[in-house]
Design a protein around this ligand. Structure first.
Ligand SMILES: [Zn+2]
Length: 98
């Protein structure tokens, strides 16, 4: 039954994606969701708290609050604005686990 195999391959792909993300941003909950709060379904990756698929993928950026090196930002640097005195991020994301 190729259908079932397709389905499993898809799920595996989504699970791998969740693993790679580690965390992402749920637009519906307006907060960061870690991989333990994410689920893979046939439709894609969803937030297990709200059941929504409206997730933003993280991206590597130079965050103004982390001077040293690039960080994996759950908002992929969407909050970073360039100002007169350098860049600032207007989001208080706190994406790292305490
Ligand atoms: Zn959510």
């Amino acid at each position: 039954m190729p259908k079932q195999e397709d389905y499993l391959a898809k799920l595996e792909g989504y699970l791998a994606q969740i693993d790679e993300w580690g965390y992402c941003y749920c637009r519906n909950c307006e907060r960061i969701r870690y991989s333990s709060d994410l689920e893979a379904t046939e439709q894609g990756i969803r937030c297990s708290k709200c059941g929504g698929y409206d997730l933003e993928a993280p991206g590597w950026v130079y965050c103004p609050h982390e001077k040293s090196s690039a960080v994996k930002c759950a908002r992929a640097g969407k909050g970073i604005k360039r100002g007169e005195y350098g860049s600032e991020c207007e989001l208080r994301c706190n994406f790292r686990k305490p």
